[in-house]
Design a protein around this ligand. Structure first.
Ligand code: NAD
Length: 498
């Protein structure tokens, strides 16, 4: 068992204080210890970021981007090693881990366009001999706090962009699966990033509170569950920080009577059970318009859910690995108990699954509930496991009302062949990311990612154009060079063109 280290000022450092266990969820064994940073350790990272900032912000954007070009190459060269680490600590399959890394690399590619995205805006001759421009300047030291479910991709949503914008970044990854996140940060160092521009500090609430309270930290990006998102948003904005805090989700897929059912079923299987349902964009509710659709859907889903190939994430050719911890597995199991007690019809029961050779692993089979109703806890709350709930309604309007009434508004999709229905859905649904016959509408890196309602606290979405706005502040400059021969009298009225 090894001790994972922090990365501060370009060096791997130990922490003499508290630590936590990191599991291999496929075996149920503790494989590493991760340090939980003290306030002193966080301050060390802040000090190194502060010291690195003046030179980094003055490094030409094109040179900052060159580091990202090399970083992208290193990420691609190390894909297998990174995927292995993700799978070992998170439990997701190797193919799924490689997929999240590829989506993360897209954000590095976007960051490579720094000189273009930071060009600013210019207006010549806004008044006599007066030119005006808007500049987008970095904030200084900024921090990110990330969840366990995408240890590679979610940090890559944040720091490549923050860094090419000229900021110095402190990342506090999830303490449950930190190894791939740390390796990726080391690759950025290897790509030529100056010391102190990126630090990785592991930790729990104590580390997060130290980042919230530090006056040097100007902005916080958070991705994780809603209660913590709300806590970080309120505590950090109270201290005058800029915050984007992305929270939990309950994502609905609407199945219209005219949908191509076979395609919808394939899409739903991947979106509901891929990564064991531990995705903020996972589909956890299928809303069927009409009993006929629901009956046909259940008939097609049941054999496929029962046939899910489940095993150690690092084995090849699987559909699903284990849940991240024993606690997560028990929590999901508890939700299934609760759904049964509330009267939902459990048509496939994934509880109590044992995988041969991995009896101590944190496994659950796929579960499927029919006749779920809106007042049930399994409908209202985010389960974050391999559980799909089918809700039956009579019309598209009723389906949309259901979704709009839910407290979360992260992602949703509609399966239909009817353009009019799809257009109405896109226009009227109160959700931040919408798919039409696309089950996981995760925006590409040059659009931005974010939910509505209690799935996001803050104004700007993550990455893409909103990410650039989040990690920069606008400076508007108005410049005049009077002609030598002229002299203008003082003007006491408010300056205007006429
Ligand atoms: P989590 O909220 O438990 O942890 C997220 C981060 O917050 C971790 O770094 C953790 O160390 C830290 N943290 C935990 N408790 C804290 C506390 N009391 N005070 C301060 N910091 C604390 O989330 P998780 O279990 O790691 O991830 C799963 C959750 O993340 C799900 O709810 C999922 O929907 C959400 N998520 C959302 C998105 C999105 O884009 N909206 C993306 C991925 C995951």
């Amino acid at each position: 068992m090894s001790l994972i280290q922090h990365l501060i000022n370009g060096e791997l450092v130990n922490d003499s204080g508290r630590s936590a266990d990191v599991y291999n969820p496929s075996t149920g064994q503790v494989i590493h210890q991760v340090p939980l940073a003290s306030r002193e350790t966080i301050q060390q990272a802040i000090d190194s970021a502060k010291a690195a900032f003046p030179a980094w912000r003055n490094t030409p954007a094109a040179k900052r981007a060159q580091v990202m070009f090399r970083f992208k190459q290193l990420l691609e060269q190390n894909e297998a090693r990174i995927s292995q680490l993700i799978s070992e600590e998170h439990g997701k399959t190797l193919e799924d881990a490689a997929g999240e890394l590829k989506r993360g690399i897209e954000n590095v590619e976007y960051a490579c366009s720094a000189p273009e995205i930071l060009k600013g805006e210019y207006s010549r001759n806004v008044g006599p001999n007066i030119d005006a421009w808007s500049d987008f300047q970095p904030l200084g030291v900024v921090a990110g706090i990330t969840p366990f479910n995408f240890p590679a991709m979610v940090p890559l949503w944040m720091y490549p962009l923050a860094i090419v914008c000229g900021n110095c970044f402190i990342l506090k990854p999830s303490e449950r699966d930190p190894s791939s996140t740390l390796l990726i940060a080391q690759l950025l160092q290897e790509a030529g990033l100056p010391k102190g521009v990126l630090s990785v500090v592991h930790g729990d609430k104590g580390a997060v509170d130290a980042l919230i309270e530090a006056p040097e930290v100007k902005a916080l990006s958070f991705v994780g569950s809603t209660p913590i998102a709300e806590y970080i948003y309120s505590e950090a904005t109270k201290r005058g920080k800029r915050v984007q805090a992305l929270g939990g989700a309950k994502n609905h897929a609407v199945l219209m009577p005219d949908a191509d059912l076979d395609n919808a079923v394939s899409a739903l299987m991947g979106a509901a059970y891929g990564s064991c349902g531990e995705r903020c964009m996972a589909i956890s509710v299928a809303v069927c318009v009409g009993d006929q659709v629901a009956d046909a859907l259940i008939a097609k889903l049941v054999p496929q859910v029962k046939a899910l190939k489940i095993g150690a994430g690092t084995s090849c050719g699987l559909d699903m690995g284990p849940l991240v911890t024993g606690q997560a597995r028990d929590k999901v199991s508890g939700y299934i108990d609760d759904g049964v007690a509330a009267g939902a019809e459990l048509v496939v029961d994934g509880r109590g699954l044992s995988v041969a050779g991995h009896e101590e692993g944190f496994f659950l089979g796929g579960s499927l509930f029919d006749r779920v109703t809106p007042e049930m806890r399994i409908y209202k709350e985010e389960i974050f496991g391999p559980v799909l709930c089918v809700v039956r309604v009579n019309s598209l309007e009723a389906a949309m009302q259901l979704i709009n009434d839910h407290e979360y508004g992260n992602g949703t999709c509609i399966f239909t062949r009817d353009g009019e229905a799809a257009r109405l859905f896109c226009d009227e649904i109160e959700v931040g990311m919408v798919g039409v016959n696309v089950p996981l509408p995760v925006p590409v890196a040059y659009h931005s990612f974010g939910g509505w309602k209690r799935s996001l606290f803050g104004d700007l979405h993550a990455y893409g154009p909103d990410g650039v706005r989040f990690y920069t502040r606008r400076k508007a400059i108005t410049q005049r060079w009077p002609q030598r021969a002229s002299h203008e009298a003082s003007q006491f009225a408010f300056p205007s063109l006429s």
